[in-house]
Design a protein around this ligand. Structure first.
Ligand code: PMP
Length: 407
């Protein structure tokens, strides 16, 4: 913890200096969205001030400059997740759009009636609903691998679901509702042993750990820029080149074509085939700045620091009698989901807000997880690399004070 440059990192995030209801902001809603460092804000301001134009089509200097920066961001993403080629990096609006793209393009072209898609019991709605829509459209079936009370995937039961009809496994690397980190290497090995491709939902994992898509050997990997200190409206779909080559376009329009006549359209090659229309140009360039920022700190250092934060928060939370931690997996990322006896999670959220503490209260877009635990909602504190032990102390004091008031 001592070597982690926490003071400098905090100083890089202007919003952390805000006061909320006359209290210093304690921002613990990072699983919903992370705050942005000055480098990302500056990047966006710089693009719009000096380098903005539409990309890929212009012969003029500004357009060439913007195109170079945009494609430079693609190379940054490629290097960050160690994809083999920038052809495998598709820019989208977020993890949700990436999963919908795979469901509608890969799913519709490669799956047929009677096929099965395996997900897990801890998925975000973004990794449930697109598959349900696909199943309805083509007559395929969704199978759900169960979890135990700690919120850990039951691996043997997952493996038993894999059969000749299984055509895709789509699973989260880290649960947004519970913090569980899944054994994705093992999951991928089991699926690949049966020639089943695997999509990893990296929306939560990406800001917390180093990801190497080639070492993982996942077939698709998706994440959102806004959860890794980048701008909202940006996201990434990684897919193995051979899979992406075989997939039809998801949307039609400008930028994804080679030649159009009224009779027929020839599509552009990868990655542009999947990028119809004008993208979020300045924001994608800003995502590149966010990747530079976390890379300079080091993903392994971030992971180690956050693991200590979570340990500390868990120890503190365990000392509060009427607090129930929801999700106690042995391998967990920086998420503390909890309920308090006799106090509704929304009241917890509102009361903590009056103390300047931002947490999330609700179903976290994971209603089946709430059903599993028999709760309508949980309160969720989620940590980022700029959070501190002192902030966790403020959270715990806040919780204790509201137990006194309500309890
Ligand atoms: N998957 C997981 C695990 C998530 O936590 C989220 C966002 N909460 C998503 C997918 C969807 O991300 P977005 O809303 O940015 O598309």
């Amino acid at each position: 913890m001592s070597t982690f440059p926490i003071e400098q990192i905090r100083a890089d995030f202007p919003i952390l200096g805000e006061t909320i209801r006359n209290k210093p902001l304690v921002y613990l809603d990072n699983a919903a969205s992370c705050q942005k460092p000055q480098a990302v804000i500056d990047s966006i301001v710089h693009t719009y001030s000096h380098e903005y134009a539409n990309i890929h089509r212009g012969v003029h200097t500004l357009s060439v400059r913007a195109t170079d920066k945009f494609e430079g961001a693609r190379e940054k993403v490629r290097a960050f997740i160690n994809a083999a080629s920038t052809k495998e990096i598709i820019f989208v609006r977020g993890a949700t759009e990436a999963i919908n793209l795979v469901a509608q393009s890969y799913g519709k072209s490669q799956l047929k009636a009677g096929d099965e898609i395996v997900i897990s019991a801890m998925e975000h709605h973004a990794n449930i609903v697109p598959w349900q829509m696909l199943c309805q459209q083509i007559g395929a079936f969704l199978r759900v691998a169960p979890m135990n009370q700690q919120g850990e995937l039951l691996f043997d039961e997952f493996e038993q679901l894999l059969n000749a009809k299984t055509k895709l496994v789509a699973i989260t690397q880290m649960s947004n509702a519970l913090g569980t980190i899944n054994p994705v290497e093992q999951i991928i090995a089991a699926a690949h042993a049966k020639n089943i491709p695997v999509l990893l939902d990296g929306a939560q994992a990406i800001p917390h750990m180093a990801v190497d898509v080639q070492a993982l050997d996942c077939d698709f990997y998706v994440f959102s820029g806004h959860k890794i200190y980048g701008p909202s409206g940006t996201g990434v779909l990684y897919g193995k080149q051979a899979l992406l080559e075989a997939m039809p376009p998801y949307q039609g329009g400008g930028d994804m074509i080679r030649q159009v006549t009224f009779e027929k359209t020839e599509y552009a090659g990868l990655p542009h085939k999947f990028e119809a229309g004008t993208p979020a140009i300045a924001e994608i360039i800003g995502l590149g700045a966010a990747i530079d920022y976390v890379t300079a700190i080091g993903m392994d250092k971030i992971a180690a620091y956050e693991a200590e934060l979570l340990d500390y928060a868990t120890q503190q939370a365990e000392q509060i009698k009427s607090l129930n931690i929801i999700g106690q997996a042995a391998h967990k990322g920086g998420i503390l989901s909890f309920t308090l006896d006799r106090i509704h999670p929304h009241d917890i959220g509102t009361m903590l807000d009056s103390l300047g503490i931002a947490i999330r209260a609700g179903h976290h877009c994971a209603m089946p997880v709430m059903d599993f635990y028999g709760v309508p909602a949980t309160a969720r504190a989620s940590f980022a690399m700029y959070n501190t032990r002192q902030e966790i102390d403020v959270l715990m004091q806040g919780i204790k004070s509201l137990i006194e008031v309500f309890g």
